[in-house]
Design a protein around this ligand. Structure first.
Ligand SMILES: Cc1ncc(COP(=O)(O)O)c(C=O)c1O
Length: 412
């Protein structure tokens, strides 16, 4: 008889975890009011609810301006375009992120230059970043991955020293703070996603933060078909329609009210998890960085040691955890494995032009590859929104999968 739920054993947590996104009657009412009011779209840009959300979210992170738009991919494309970054330029991106980060560089016409990540945080390696700077480099795009933040001390300093723009991908870092400064407030732009799984969601949506009045105006213009946003500036920018609708803005305003309390819940639960999970053989926690002064826990990333799991890798372990009732995902592929960046497949002019630089056969990111292909287990946020028992069950499930890991490899 199998012990693991994946093969017919009894699951550790059959009732699962709280649903996401959180919603109640107030959300339905907020949307109904927009429906009845008739002002559904994002034109004229910004709509009143979008503008209110942008202002409140910018204040929550500590930024001067927020510009809401369709999603957290075009945010980064718009950021680069507002900075005048395009053909012939290079943008440094971590080798471990979602496709959206390098896609945004390519959509702006620039070449993404991938750098490996640090083993302790799985975020952009500052030394590799500095070594990758060339005469064509224009920006660094750090990604705050899972529950981690990139080393903003060093990356800010490197960007300043080389006169490079800094555009943070904060899709995972709503509410997070580094030395008491909000994610997204370190460089020219901070980019946030409000897609379904994100900590502040309306199903879709994105927000750019900036401290710079001119860059904010340009971003507004770029997402509003190029319309000039300054009465003194008459000419159009080369922009498209990336506006956000008011139905989504209404949901974002509701979600923002819940965010601080959800963050506090997750941070407390993560503390319990850190105490308990260290007792599971073969499970390693990334050391918490004391420079992160407020945590969000979009996904809690742990590393498994496949040798302690009878040779099973992160994919099999995540499947087993899911069957036990604990939401888990193996995470992103390293950039050397993404089809989009393979010149022969992507057909993007920038990829074809730089076929040698984007050839995965020539890419080597030992840290990102080892972590992503074997070790990373991203635990769902709801594990940390279900009290002490929820955390204990997740740890019990991890320990159970480890103890019976031979079932995973015997049946592979
Ligand atoms: C790290 C990262 N960057 C960017 C994005 C893109 O956001 P969106 O889905 O809103 O376009 C996502 C998620 O989807 C992400 O996880």
């Amino acid at each position: 008889m199998a012990e693991l739920a994946r093969f017919g054993g009894a699951p550790v947590r059959p009732k699962g975890y709280p649903e996401w996104p959180v919603h109640d009657e107030g959300d339905a009412q907020a949307v109904a009011e927009v429906v009845r009011g008739g002002r559904w779209g994002g034109f004229p840009e910004p709509g009143p609810l979008a503008a209110t959300f942008a202002e409140r979210f910018a204040a929550y992170q500590g930024a001067r301006h927020g510009v809401v738009m369709a999603n957290g991919t075009v945010t980064m494309e718009v950021a680069l375009k507002a900075l005048g970054i395009g053909w012939g330029d290079e943008v440094i991106v971590p080798a471990l992120t979602f496709a959206a980060t390098p896609y945004a560089a390519m959509a702006a016409g620039a070449l993404p230059v991938f750098c490996d990540v640090l083993p302790g945080t799985l975020t952009l390696d500052p030394d590799a970043t500095e070594a990758a700077v060339t005469g064509r480099t224009r920006a660094i795009m750090p990604v705050h991955l899972g529950h981690q933040m990139a080393d903003m001390d060093r990356l800010t300093e490197i960007a300043r020293r080389h006169s490079l723009a800094l555009v943070e991908d904060c899709a995972h870092a709503h509410g997070q703070r580094w030395r008491d400064r909000g994610a997204g407030c370190f460089g020219e732009f901070g980019s946030f996603s409000h897609q379904s799984t994100k900590l502040l969601t309306a199903g879709e949506g994105g927000c750019l933060l900036t401290a710079d009045d001119r860059l904010a105006r340009l971003a507004h213009s770029l997402i509003d078909c190029g319309r000039a946003k300054d009465p003194d500036e008459k000419e159009f920018t080369f922009g498209a329609n990336y506006r956000l609708g008011e139905l989504q803005a209404a949901l974002l305003l509701r979600a923002l009210e819940r965010l601080p309390d959800q963050q506090a819940q997750r941070a407390e639960a993560a503390g319990w998890f850190q105490e308990l999970a260290t007792q599971v053989p073969g499970v390693r926690l990334l050391p918490p960085d004391p420079r992160i002064t407020r945590w969000s826990f979009y996904r809690y990333i742990v590393l498994i040691d496949p040798e302690a799991f009878a040779g099973a890798g992160n994919v099999a372990v995540c499947e087993a955890l899911e069957a036990e009732g604990v939401g888990a995902w193996e995470g992103y592929q390293p950039m050397s494995r993404y089809d989009l960046f393979q010149p022969g497949l992507s057909r993007l002019p920038v990829a074809v032009e730089h076929a040698d630089r984007l050839d995965p056969a020539r890419m080597s990111f030992p840290v990102a590859e080892d972590a992503a292909l074997r070790r990373t287990v991203y635990l769902d946020e709801n594990v940390f929104r279900s009290g002490r028992q929820g955390v204990e069950d997740a740890v019990t499930a991890l320990a159970k999968v480890q103890r019976h890991a031979t079932e995973l490899t015997a049946r592979a």
